[in-house]
Design a protein around this ligand. Structure first.
Ligand code: F6R
Length: 369
């Protein structure tokens, strides 16, 4: 049942190329148009949207944080991302022209369900991104985009996260197309890039052994910090969450630019810092900024684990450990940069002797508030 893998989590990590392909399947036309047939909102409804809220918990929330960068860039619609457990308690401003996107693998998370019920009471339109057919969240939503990534057995979310990202990209591109906004001309290029992702993920997974070795090396670290900028920031949060839930280690993700405002004081001789580096080909300034953040932490004794694109030579002098990922446009990069962090957390947890698939105190779906 585990298909030759020691854990369901490793099996599900390995399934990610196929899962991403399955989320894309049947949703892109020959001409590069995006078809979202289960989205029961008219094009006019989508043209009327003037604000988007994404609500979700845990890993799904991190997918939402990535989505904000893509959706705002492509559509120019303001997009906020909020923890579902906080959303309704602050009386958010919602109306008919608000689109609330609820992201949930299980479709049963009570916090997310209560957030969506609140949104519906306020007349907002609700679109669910979900992996579980017929579950409560999609049933109560106006529209649903299923991720089709297959059942996820391991408690820690992996393939569901990648496919939530793909679903968010599709929604962003679809909104851009329907509304014909400024960046609509990028849509065709991004669609082609999305179709290349399963192949890139296969290449990445074929070369993952160095991450496993590194995991054995890090298993006794008292803390592991993760830093990133732009879409690399939610990836850093996700890497830290995985390590906490599986390895029971202290881990924290930071926006790299915030380090100097406090957290840099945590860095001691040998503190592992995982640095998520964006493509040097994309937003050049972003890349330069994180390279200088890596220098800063290293100068204070950090042991740097750098996740960077193949051929990125600028990071070489500052990387104690280098993990390379295939070249990927900035907004889509979380699809590749997250994968080594999943493997890292899984292998560290295994090296510490923990039950990777069933971490203590956690359940696969959280049906209480
Ligand atoms: C982390 C993890 C959790 C879930 C969260 C939301 O690996 O699995 O953080 O992402 O509980 O669950 P869903 O997506 O089912 O609403």
């Amino acid at each position: 049942e585990k298909g030759g893998y020691d854990y369901f989590m490793l099996k599900e990590i390995a399934e990610q190329p196929q899962a991403v392909a399955d989320t894309l399947l049947g949703r892109l036309t020959e001409g590069g148009e995006i078809m979202l047939d289960e989205v029961r909102l008219t094009d006019q409804d989508l043209r009327d949207v003037d604000k988007i809220f994404i609500v979700a918990c845990g890993t799904a929330y991190h997918a939402g944080l990535v989505a904000k960068y893509a959706i705002e860039h492509w559509t120019r619609i303001p997009c906020e991302v909020e923890l579902a457990s906080e959303f309704r308690y602050r009386d958010p401003v919602l109306d008919r022209s608000t689109l609330v996107v609820a992201i949930s693998q299980s479709g049963e998370t009570m916090d997310t369900l209560m957030a969506l019920r609140h949104a519906k009471e306020q007349k907002a339109r609700v679109l669910a991104i979900c992996n579980t057919n017929g579950s409560t969240i999609p049933r109560e939503s106006d529209a649903v985009l299923y991720t089709h990534s297959g059942p996820e057995i391991a408690v820690a979310s992996t393939k569901a996260f990648l496919t939530q990202l793909v679903a968010c990209y599709l929604i962003g591109l679809h909104l851009a197309q329907v509304r014909g906004v400024k960046y609509a001309d990028e849509v065709g290029a991004v669609v082609a890039q999305l179709q290349e992702m399963p192949g890139k993920l296969r290449d990445l997974l074929a070369d993952i052994e160095p991450v496993r070795e590194l995991a054995r090396d890090l298993k006794s670290a008292p803390t592991v910090l993760f830093i990133g900028r732009h879409v690399g920031y939610p990836v850093a949060l996700e890497g830290a969450l995985k390590l906490k839930e599986l390895a029971y280690m202290h881990a924290e993700g930071f926006a790299a630019g915030e380090l100097k405002h406090g957290p840099i004081a945590l860095i001691d001789q040998g503190t592992p810092v995982v640095c998520v580096v964006p493509s040097p080909a994309g937003r050049g300034m972003l890349h330069d900024k994180i390279v200088s953040n890596i220098q800063e932490v290293r100068a204070r004794g950090a042991r740097t684990i750098v996740i960077a694109e193949e051929g990125d030579t600028a990071v070489l002098p500052y990387a104690d450990h280098l993990i390379t990922v295939p070249r990927t446009p900035t907004l889509l990069a979380p699809l590749v940069t997250t994968v080594p962090l999943q493997v890292l957390a899984c292998e560290i947890a295994a090296a510490r002797g923990h039950d990777v698939d069933q971490p203590r105190n956690l359940a696969k779906s959280v049906t209480v508030e």
